[in-house]
Write a protein that binds this ligand. Structure first.
Ligand SMILES: Nc1ncnc2c1ncn2[C@@H]1O[C@H](COP(=O)(O)OP(=O)(O)OP(=O)(O)O)[C@@H](O)[C@H]1O
Ligand SMILES: [Mg+2]
Length: 342
C-alpha cells in the first residue's frame, strides 16, 4: 500500500478507504516566458524554484521550532493557486479541506474567487450569504463572524461575486495586498490548516492570498501549455517572497486530471518529478467523473464517493500534506535551541 495512503488512513483512525488578467490571456514578459521543449522548460522552472530561493528550509527553522514546542496552535496557511483557469484549484481546495477534516485537524477553507465555486462545492449557497470574505477584506465584518460550518466538518469563509467589487475598492487602500493577512490574525490560532482557493488570475485577490500564506499548492495538468502558466506563477511567487512575504514556499505541485493513457502527460509528469524532486506531490489526481459530479450535489468527493479513484486520491493528498508537516516539525525539533548566557 502507498505510504501516504497509510498515513491518510492512520489519520482517519484506520478506516479502510482510502480586472485581473487571466494568465492564459495575459501578455507575457520575456522573463516569464519559458520556451523550448517541455524538458527545457522544466529545467528553467526548476531553476526558478530552487535557484530563485523559493525553496527555503533553514530560514523557517526558528518559527517551526516555536511551533513544534506547542506554544500556540498556529494554522499552516496554504494558497491553492495557478493563474491558468480550469486546472483543478477549486476541486483541490474543497476536497483537500474535506480530506483533512476527516482527521482530528481543524480546517478553514477560504473562497477568494468571485466565481464562488468553492462555496457552492462546500454545500453553501453563494447567493444567500449573510457575510462573506468580501466584507472581511473591506474591514466591515470580523473573519470569525463570517465563518460558516459546512456539513463536512470544515469551516468556510464563503465568497461570491461581491469579491469583484471588493477588489476594485481595495485598489485604493494602503497595504492593499495585506488585507487578508491582517484579517486572519484572529483566526489562525483556531485551525491547523487554512486553505485559500484563488481565482484564475494574477489579481489583487491572489496577491492577498500569497501574502497571507505560508505555502502554495500549484495544481497543474500535465500538458505542454500548463508549463507556461506555472513559470509566470513561480516568478510571481518569487516577487512576493522578495517584496511582501519572505516565508512563502512551495508546498507542492499537484498533478491533476491525469490520464495515464496520454503519452505527453506521462512525459511531462516524469520531467516534473525529475526536476522538482519532492516538491511534486506523490499523489496524482486522475481524471475522474465522480470529482466533476460532486459539486453539483454540494458535496466534496469525500462526502459524495470517497471510494472513487478521485476520492482515494484526495484522501491520499491529505495524508501526504500531514506527513510533510510532521516531517517539518520533526526537523524543527532537531534544531538545537540557542544557548542562553548565564
Ligand atoms: N480530476 C478531475 N477529473 C474530472 N474532472 C475534474 C477533475 N478536477 C476538476 N475537474 C472538473 O474540471 C472543471 C475545472 O475544475 P476546477 O473548477 O477545480 O478548476 P479551477 O482551476 O478551480 O478553475 P477556475 O480557474 O475557473 O477557478 C470542473 O468542472 C471540475 O469539476
Ligand atoms: Mg476555481
Amino acid at each position: 500500500m502507498d505510504r501516504d495512503r497509510e498515513v491518510g488512513q492512520a489519520a482517519w483512525g484506520g478506516h479502510n478507504h482510502q480586472s485581473g488578467l487571466r494568465p492564459d490571456r495575459a501578455p507575457r514578459t520575456t522573463s516569464g516566458t519559458v520556451q523550448g521543449s517541455p524538458a527545457a522548460r522544466i529545467v528553467r522552472l526548476a531553476r526558478l524554484v530552487s535557484g530563485g530561493g523559493i525553496i527555503r528550509t533553514t530560514a523557517r527553522a526558528t518559527s517551526l521550532r516555536e511551533h513544534a514546542r506547542g506554544t500556540s496552535r498556529m494554522a499552516r496557511i496554504i494558497a491553492i493557486a495557478n493563474q491558468k483557469g480550469g486546472v483543478g484549484k477549486t476541486t483541490t481546495a474543497v476536497n483537500l479541506a474535506a480530506g483533512l477534516a476527516r482527521t482530528p485537524k481543524k480546517v478553514l477553507l477560504i473562497d477568494l474567487d468571485p466565481q464562488g465555486n468553492a462555496t457552492m462545492g462546500s454545500g453553501v449557497d453563494k447567493r444567500e450569504l449573510e457575510a462573506s470574505i468580501c466584507d472581511v477584506l473591506l474591514g466591515e465584518v470580523a473573519a470569525t463572524d463570517a465563518v460558516v460550518r459546512t456539513a463536512e466538518d470544515f469551516d468556510l469563509l464563503p465568497g461570491n461575486i461581491d469579491l469583484t467589487a471588493a477588489e476594485i475598492q481595495l485598489m485604493e487602500h494602503d497595504g492593499r495586498e495585506q488585507r487578508l493577512k491582517q484579517a486572519l490574525v484572529d483566526v489562525v490560532q483556531a485551525y491547523d490548516y487554512v486553505l485559500i482557493d484563488c481565482p484564475p488570475a494574477l489579481s489583487l485577490l491572489t496577491l492577498n492570498a500569497l501574502t497571507a500564506a505560508d505555502a502554495v499548492i500549484v495544481p497543474m495538468q500535465c500538458e505542454y501549455y500548463a508549463l507556461e502558466g506555472i513559470s509566470a506563477l513561480l516568478e510571481t511567487i518569487e516577487a512576493i517572497r522578495q517584496r511582501l512575504n519572505p516565508k512563502l514556499e512551495i508546498e507542492g505541485v499537484l498533478r491533476t486530471m491525469f490520464d495515464v493513457r496520454n503519452n505527453l502527460a506521462n512525459a511531462v509528469s516524469a520531467e516534473l518529478t525529475q526536476h522538482f524532486g519532492d516538491k511534486v506531490f506523490r499523489t496524482i489526481v486522475p481524471r475522474n467523473v465522480r470529482l466533476a459530479e460532486a459539486p453539483s450535489h454540494g458535496q466534496s468527493i469525500v462526502g459524495y464517493d470517497k471510494g472513487s479513484r478521485g476520492g482515494i486520491a484526495y484522501l491520499g493528498l491529505a495524508g501526504e500534506v500531514i506527513r510533510r508537516q510532521r516531517e517539518r516539525d520533526q526537523a524543527a525539533k532537531a534544531v538545537p535551541a540557542p544557548e542562553v548566557a548565564a
